[in-house]
Design a binder for this molecule. Structure first.
Ligand code: HEM
Ligand code: HEM
Length: 228
């Protein structure tokens, strides 16, 4: 029997598509250079906010948004990986155990990218807000890491998109649709633990807004160097 389950809440979906758009724009502005780097900086700051938001939401968000409901032990990940090419392997409503790893890797890599960006310089006109606090050598080192890690992000995005195509073609699971609509059709006869998420009370509407305001303040303070 097919059952419709609510999987991705609005904050997760907004986070995701804003992140994907921002990352694309960051690579484009970095490619163009020159005046576009002013935008690179602003969009980069927005991404700091997105990442901070998602980390907080990973603790207080709805069922499938919470880290503890999708980050699994290495044993579970290995067991899942072994059955990956079997069509009848267990389905997960939220991120599957391997997907969870890629989620964490993407968030960590993007977070690291913004952190190095704050100390990067382009030897012409653009400097991250913390460049004046450190030596030129340190800033150059951070710039190199910023360049290197941008390739790591590209590889992770490549894996991310390949995995999604793999699930659509081989496993016949339409993951993109769920990330757009928030809903997923699952076969309840396969089994699973749908009860917890079905009975959980919805998050209060003010909660994501409160986090947005707090994170907005923190990012503002961070990039204008009010604190440090
Ligand atoms: C996730 C967010 C970010 C991504 C994906 C990203 C990506 C990139 C890429 C691909 C480049 C070109 C590297 C190259 O020349 O090979 C670049 C350069 C640069 N980025 Fe970012 N960036 C991000 C965030 C930031 C932030 C927050 C700042 C802070 C202001 C920043 C400052 C810079 C600077 C100064 C450069 C020029 C360095 C150079 O001359 O190569 N970036 N970034
Ligand atoms: C057009 C391009 C993209 C598509 C179609 C796409 C699609 C998806 C889908 C379907 C999921 C859910 C996977 C699941 O069911 O387990 C997902 C999750 C995720 N994607 Fe993407 N993605 C795209 C680009 C990106 C980019 C550029 C990034 C960041 C660099 C990214 C980062 C993430 C993250 C962090 C998650 C976890 C979401 C969460 O739990 O908050 N995605 N993506």
């Amino acid at each position: 029997m097919m059952k419709t389950i609510f999987v991705w809440d609005i904050p997760v979906r907004l986070f995701h598509w804003s992140l994907a758009t921002s990352i694309a724009m960051l690579f484009i502005t970095a490619q163009i250079g020159g005046n576009a780097m002013e935008w690179h900086k602003k969009i980069g700051y927005f991404v700091i906010g997105l990442i901070l938001f998602r980390v907080v939401w990973g603790f207080v968000g709805s069922y499938h948004a919470r880290f503890k409901n999708f980050v699994r032990t290495p044993t579970t990940v290995i067991a899942y990986a072994k059955n990956l090419f079997k069509k009848e392997s267990p389905h997960y409503v939220g991120h599957n155990p391997m997907g969870a790893l890629s989620v964490l890797a993407l968030i960590a890599a993007v977070g690291f990218q913004t952190a190095t960006g704050l100390f990067s310089n382009d030897d012409i006109m653009l400097e991250g807000p913390y460049v004046s606090m450190v030596s030129k050598a340190f800033s150059d080192q951070m710039t190199r890491l910023h360049q290197l890690n941008s390739n790591v992000i590209l590889v992770l995005i490549g894996l991310h998109l390949s995995a999604i195509v793999f699930y659509a073609v081989f496993k016949k699971e339409q993951l993109i649709e769920a990330m757009l609509t928030g809903k997923k059709e699952v076969n309840s006869s396969i089994g699973g633990h749908f009860e917890a998420e079905m009975t959980e009370k919805a998050r209060p509407v003010w909660l994501p807004w409160l986090i947005v305001i707090a994170v907005g303040g923190i990012v503002y303070a961070l990039v204008t160097r009010v604190i440090f």
